[in-house]
Design a protein around this ligand. Structure first.
Ligand code: IPM
Ligand code: MN
Length: 367
């Protein structure tokens, strides 16, 4: 199969981790006779520096002319003094809107090899396998009006949702739950917010169409606690935009490092893939970043844009294998410098594990 991938490596550790993700995609393409092509474009702080805007038109054109967009990270402290609409992050929000994906899938899985990395006890995280579905184009991130009036000392953001916006993301969550453990937890703040009451009523109205799915509603505050207390109770977790942003970072605790979390945004014109971690400017360019979040994001490209489920699973298995063998980037090394590898070394290790498993399966087919 052919796939045109726009790569927006962005700021901080974005380029380093994206490089390793691309290597893995190339390995899969070579082994399977697929043709993946990559087109680089600027987004975020690097785009502000080079072109004066966080999302140049050229980047929009390249992204819209691709089958999938792979993003690294966006954000640079250099631009902290700018208003939100001029900062690197606004480029990310705009490209999300342009690509149109409204369902941001963020898996949070407890990797057995990293059980000791979480501050949670291993018996608490064991078996945790959560798929967050975060609504990505609505709520406080995009609602109008929004402003900060420095003269009057007033600032406003608007949370707004329509029933249609809730329905479309909920359907994706229901469908994903039906292919998993058939449980959907919908998160809201319906005891206070009208948006959440709409959210809850909409989910309830869809329930009859999905009789095999068990639906529960959780208030976001108690959900934040339950997630750390009994993470294995959750299967698919559906949230509005900001709640999902917060809870998905929190779930990095289950995995042991934010550096391990991938994401895919689906439902729009073109799918967008980005690791959950940020640009981590403090460690950028030093080979210290964990590329596994980006590599697992590449696996999601294979699954959701290339239809290569087996290859996606093979990449995920290669990551597990490398971790089981004891290899660690600094963020997951727990001070064990002897086991610590660089970003590039970690990428190569996954690449090698993948090549080995491809060889094995090809010789199996040959028999
Ligand atoms: C994320 C990030 C972004 C968000 C920022 C960088 C705008 O935190 O993808 O989780 O809030 O959506
Ligand atoms: Mn976030």
């Amino acid at each position: 199969m052919k796939l045109k991938i726009a790569t927006l490596a962005g700021d901080g550790i974005g380029p380093e981790v994206t490089h390793e993700a691309i290597n893995v995609l190339q390995a899969v393409a070579e082994a399977g006779g697929h043709e993946f092509t990559f087109a680089e474009a600027l987004l975020g702080g690097v785009a502000i520096t080079a072109k004066g805007t966080p999302l140049p038109q050229e980047t929009i054109d390249i992204a819209l002319n691709s089958d999938a967009v792979l993003l690294g990270a966006v954000g640079d402290n250099k631009f902290n003094h700018l208003t939100p609409d001029k900062r690197p992050e606004s480029g990310l929000l705009q490209i999300r809107q342009i690509l149109g994906g409204f369902a941001n899938l963020r898996p949070a899985v407890a990797f057995p090899a990293l059980a000791e990395n979480s501050p949670l006890r291993p018996e608490v995280t064991a078996g945790a396998d959560i798929l967050f579905v975060r609504e990505l184009l609505g709520g406080l991130y995009f609602g109008q009006p929004r402003f900060w009036n420095q003269q009057t000392g007033e600032a406003v953001n608007t949370m707004r949702y329509t029933r249609d916006e809730v329905v479309r993301v909920a359907r994706i969550a229901f469908d994903l739950a039906s292919r998993r453990r058939k449980k959907l937890t919908s998160v809201d703040k319906a005891n206070v917010l009208e948006c959440s009451q709409l959210w809850r009523a909409t989910i309830d109205s869809l329930k009859p169409e999905y009789p095999d799915i068990t639906v529960e509603h959780q208030l976001v505050d108690s959900m934040a606690m339950h997630l750390m207390n009994v993470p294995r109770n959750f299967d698919v977790v559906l949230t509005e935009n900001l709640f999902g942003d917060i809870l998905s970072d929190e779930s990095g605790i289950i995995t042991g490092s934010l550096g391990m979390l991938p994401s895919a945004t689906i439902g729009g014109r073109i799918n967008l893939y980005e690791p959950v971690h940020g640009s981590a400017p403090d460690i950028a360019g030093q080979g210290k970043a964990n590329p596994l979040g980006a590599i697992l994001t590449a696996a999601m490209v294979l699954r959701h844009s290339a239809g290569l489920e087996q290859e996606a699973a093979a990449v995920e298995a290669a990551v597990q294998q490398v971790l089981a063998a004891g290899h660690r980037t600094a963020d997951i090394a727990r001070g064990n410098t002897a086991a610590t590898v660089s970003t590039q070394q970690m990428g190569k290790l996954v690449h090698a594990a993948l090549a080995e498993s491809i060889d094995r399966s090809q010789s199996l087919h040959a028999v």
